[in-house]
Design a protein around this ligand. Structure first.
Ligand code: HEC
Length: 131
């Protein structure tokens, strides 16, 4: 019996074995996903993730959410650009390449170590009030 099973799976074309593994993984993922949904973890995840990202990207070395440090408070940035549809693209460029003159005399150096997609996530989060 044992030998027979081993023999059978040994004969299985590799594609089928791979497919089966992918399926297992997909099922596992959807189980984890629904578990997270059920506990509400996913609902609060995005805001938390952006704050984590800002910490990881060293933005808080010069910025705080609700007070001016070296750079403007992220909430003030959100207020300043409220209703400005071009703000997102503009600020993505500023965060990437650095900027000066919008808030004072201290320039923001380019944040070269931060990935493009992370800059976009951060700017969206800032413009949404950094909550
Ligand atoms: C070394 C200090 C420093 C770091 C690190 C830094 N900033 Fe800044 N940031 C500044 C300063 C100073 C300004 C004001 C520049 C000006 O007056 O135009 C600024 C301005 C900004 C603005 C507004 C730009 C504008 O033109 O109105 C945004 C948005 C911003 N920073 C986001 C970020 C994000 C996101 C990060 C992390 C990836 C970050 N900053 C990291 C110092 C910093």
């Amino acid at each position: 019996m044992r030998a027979n099973v081993a023999h059978k799976s040994g004969n299985m074309p590799p594609e089928i074995l791979i497919l089966t593994d992918h399926r297992k993984e997909a099922i596992m993922k959807s189980v984890v996903f629904s578990a997270l949904l059920a506990t509400g973890v996913l609902v609060s995840a995005p805001a938390f993730a952006s704050k984590e990202l800002a910490t990881k990207s060293s933005c808080f070395a010069c910025h705080a959410v609700d007070k001016k440090l070296v750079g403007p408070a992220f909430q003030d940035v959100a207020k300043k650009y409220a209703g400005d549809k071009t703000a997102e693209a503009k600020l993505i460029e500023r965060v990437k390449k650095g900027g000066s003159g919008a808030w004072g005399t201290i320039p923001m150096p380019p944040n070269v170590a931060v990935k493009d997609e992370d800059v976009k996530t951060l700017v969206k989060w800032v413009l949404a009030g950094a909550k």
